[in-house]
Design a protein around this ligand. Structure first.
Ligand code: NDP
Ligand code: 8X3
Length: 253
């Protein structure tokens, strides 16, 4: 039987590339997201391109009942998840704390922290019972540093970073690995979401530099999952070569 990978937020960017990478390596794949049309076309593509089994589940990670309904009663064929990639997440808005939009804050906290926790709470008991499994959390350079206007997004990614460390402690005796992958600038739909569809603002972070791609991060995630059983990659920070910190980026004029 093939190994099984569950990737949240597989309808675009890092999650989509990660689903492709695991499928290329013969995993059966569970893909999730809120956009059903995207899930349907990705399912078709994965099956056609890699001839693997695919289960697509359309739900919002912010809803505990949707998470439980979709992931809590998987068929026997899909229950034995080997790798969980907690990727679904977003930044919404970019403003000083005193001007913050409360609804943006709620969306980031509910998705990036609570959504990740809900999925983990449903999937990790099975891994612990089976005495094997691997949880790979997609954090961010925003979980390593704070930057101007990043406040709540940075806080959510610092929370992911802390959860990765804490989960590793809780699960170490159960044979379950936990890895934290913290990317810098990756060109996906992330910036469109952050700037609420304002294209000019969304493109600005990538001007004059070569950002990472979803595929670059997928390679790192797959590497974490493919090291020998006695090895764990605890934490990887991956940056474009032209980015030194969250805010220092070398740009060609
Ligand atoms: P994208 O916007 O391209 O992808 C985000 C994915 O998350 C989509 O598949 C989206 O699916 C899913 N998602 C968002 N909210 C929800 C929700 N409430 N329920 C279910 N799924 C949801 O961005 P990226 O690929 O760049 O982002 C992936 C992860 O990487 C995020 O956690 C992000 O914080 C992190 N990251 C991104 C960086 C970057 O520069 N791009 C850098 C560092 C970290 P749908 O809309 O269909 O629900
Ligand atoms: C996304 C990268 O630098 O916009 O997590 O916070 S950054």
């Amino acid at each position: 039987m093939n190994n099984i990978a569950l990737i949240t937020g597989a309808t675009s960017g890092i999650g989509l590339a990660t689903a492709m990478k695991f499928a290329e390596n013969d995993y059966s794949i569970i893909i999730t997201g809120r956009r059903k049309d995207r899930l349907d076309s990705l399912e078709k593509e994965l099956k056609k391109e890699y001839n693997v089994k695919v289960l697509s589940l359309c739900f919002d990670v912010r809803s505990l009942s949707e998470v439980t309904h979709n992931l809590g009663n998987l068929d026997d064929e899909w229950k034995g998840i080997d790798v969980l990639v907690n990727n679904a997440g977003l930044a919404v808005g970019l403003s000083h704390i005193q001007n913050g939009v409360i609804d943006d804050w709620e969306r980031m906290i509910d998705t990036n922290i609570k959504g990740l926790l809900y999925v983990t709470r449903v999937i990790s008991p099975g891994m612990a019972e089976r005495g094997r499994g691997h949880i790979i959390n997609i954090a961010s350079i925003a979980g390593k540093e704070a930057y101007e206007n990043g406040n709540v997004y940075c806080a959510t990614k610092h929370a992911v970073d802390a959860l990765s460390r804490s989960m590793r402690i809780d699960l170490v005796s159960k044979g379950v690995k936990v890895s934290n992958v913290a990317p810098g600038l990756v060109e996906t739909e992330f910036s469109d979401v952050r700037f609420k569809g304002d294209r000019a603002k969304a493109e600005a972070p990538y001007k004059g530099m070569k950002p990472l791609t979803g595929e670059d991060i997928a390679d790192v995630v797959y590497y974490c999952a493919s090291v020998p059983a006695h090895v764990n990659i605890n934490d990887v920070t991956v940056m474009p070569a032209s980015q030194a910190t969250a805010t220092i980026v070398h740009r060609e004029q």
